[in-house]
Design a protein around this ligand. Structure first.
Ligand SMILES: Nc1ncnc2c1ncn2[C@@H]1O[C@H](COP(=O)(O)OP(=O)(O)OP(=O)(O)O)[C@@H](O)[C@H]1O
Ligand SMILES: [Mg+2]
Length: 479
């Protein structure tokens, strides 16, 4: 269904007079666009409508938006390619539309309404201010009137809503069509990267049962540096120095953690420790890493096209990278059979490669790697897989998102070898949860050394990187 069909399908929203009519029409509009909507959604729509009635400018915006649609007709959304022209037309028409408003608007309200309508039409509707706000790191649209944002590690419900389901769908269409993708009933989920690097995921009915949902992981304009992470308490300066030594000393490092714990961010930070004279190849599903070194080759996997052809997987890219004479390979995340190629790369002269694995603990990441290697379909015996893991991976740095909203390194473990069929590892640092919370509910603990002497000190020494053993007792103390 084309955009215009969908717009045309909007029921009598413009014809309604009273608030009730409008709200009912908005409910219908949401229903019209969602096939086979479950009963629970109807109930929640009623509740949502009541909540939205508190926004004093909502009705003004809705009327102005509709009047503009009528005035500018199909041009309003069909000229997405020419934003400047569209902006000019909307800016020209809007004052006239607003002047027809019966509600008396103060000058302040008028300016605000003007801004919001421009955002709705030219930008991304109610999420536009969130996209602009550098403190917002994640935007989660669970439904057209249910928007959550993450700020400073905490998730809040935002006081904003799309006009209706159609409005949300138009914004999603706009975002994905700009990057050459589409989302509709036949391909109801899409992953894409915006031109600014932000990562988006959209799911729409029929797989999204309560209407479309959109998740945006914002890309910070300036990537976090090691100093930022120290400032946030993710790392202490001493741990940062240790990680630098491990990267310079060519250890193969796995960054682990759950969803959104900051794995990619930490991978980016530790990648900045890679020596400038080395040839680095980065491989990602969606390019998020930003390395400052000169000698960097970046590759991005590609999903299949609509006919199901042309897919290039992380696995293909890792294999290809081996033919490009890399000194180091940095893989954004291994999540399937690519793990086998990555382990082989680490075991065959590409020491010092870095990657992330989604896992609940360092120990869990070993099990995850095993499963992923099996996905490569090579039918390897489990012991052989474990041997590959034990000899490939040197260090595991685990991140957690704590209850206080901070993201911290909570464990650093070293893989020491095999005992029988088991991969052995020792914890070098663990987070001190026992230190409790301060008056603001923040964890006071830090990463403490377990006192064990890392075995990798010898490997580091082979690469000319020396860390005094007595450092270890002190690691974690921020002074
Ligand atoms: N150490 C940190 N302190 C505060 N915020 C952080 C930190 N690291 C990352 N973030 C923020 O947290 C969000 C998630 O970060 P990131 O993409 O690195 O996580 P991830 O673990 O790779 O997520 P995913 O599992 O989705 O790949 C981003 O918005 C990022 O800006
Ligand atoms: Mg990531």
């Amino acid at each position: 269904m084309s955009l215009q069909d969908r717009l045309g399908q909007r029921p009598a929203a413009a014809a309604g007079n009273g608030l009730q009519d409008r709200l009912a029409a908005a409910g219908d509009a949401a229903l019209a666009s969602v096939s086979a909507i479950p009963v629970t959604s109807v109930v929640s729509n009623a509740r949502r409508n009541t909540r939205r009635a508190y926004d004093p400018l909502a009705n003004v915006r809705r009327r102005a938006h509709e009047a503009l649609l009528e005035l500018l007709g199909p041009q309003l959304y069909d000229t997405v390619d020419d934003d400047d022209e569209l902006a000019r037309r909307v800016r020209e028409a809007l004052p006239e539309v607003l002047s027809k408003e019966e509600t008396t608007l103060t000058a302040g309200d008028r300016t605000l309404a003007f801004r919001q309508i421009i955002d709705e039409i030219l930008g991304h509707g109610p999420i536009e201010p969130m996209l602009r706000d550098p403190d917002v790191t994640e935007i989660m649209v669970n439904a057209w009137d249910r928007i959550y944002v993450e700020r400073f590690g905490h998730i809040h419900e935002a006081d904003a809503a799309f006009i209706d389901e159609n409005h949300l769908r138009r914004v999603i269409d706009k975002i994905v069509s700009r990057v050459g993708r589409r989302v509709d009933e036949s391909s109801p989920m899409v992953d894409a990267r915006l031109p600014d690097g932000s990562r988006i995921n959209a799911v729409v009915p029929p797989i999204a049962l309560d209407g479309a949902a959109l998740t945006i992981r914002k890309f910070s304009i300036e990537p976090y540096t090691v100093d930022d992470l120290v400032r946030f308490g993710t790392l202490s300066p001493v741990v940062a120095d240790l990680l630098r030594a491990c990267v310079e000393g060519r250890l193969d490092v796995l960054v682990t953690g759950g969803t959104g714990t900051g794995k990619t961010t930490l991978l980016n930070v530790i990648s900045t420790f890679l020596p400038a004279e080395e040839r680095i190849i980065t491989i990602e599903d969606s390019a998020e890493l930003r390395l400052a070194q000169d000698h960097v080759l970046r590759m991005e996997a590609r999903p299949p096209n609509i006919e199901g052809r042309g897919e290039v997987t992380i696995r293909d890219l890792v294999r290809n990278a081996l033919r490009m004479r890399p000194d180091r390979i940095v893989v954004g995340e291994v999540r399937d059979g690519a793990a086998l190629d990555m382990l082989q790369a680490m075991n065959t002269g590409h020491d010092g490669s870095l990657t992330t694995v989604h896992a609940n603990s360092p120990r869990d990441s070993i099990a995850r790697l095993e499963t992923m290697v099996l996905m490569a379909g090579m039918d390897l015996p489990i012991r052989a897989i474990r041997e590959q893991i034990a000899s490939a991976v040197d260090l595991i740095v685990h991140l957690s998102r704590l209850g206080d909203g901070t993201r911290r390194v909570t464990q650093i473990s070293e893989i020491t070898g095999m005992e029988g069929d088991i991969v052995t590892m020792q914890d070098l640092f663990t987070f001190d949860y026992r230190a409790g919370l301060d008056q603001y509910g923040r964890h006071q603990g830090e990463l403490l050394s377990t006192g064990l002497r890392p075995r990798f000190l010898d490997t580091l020494a082979d690469h000319g990187v020396v860390i005094a053993a007595e450092q270890f007792g002190r690691i974690g103390r921020s002074s």
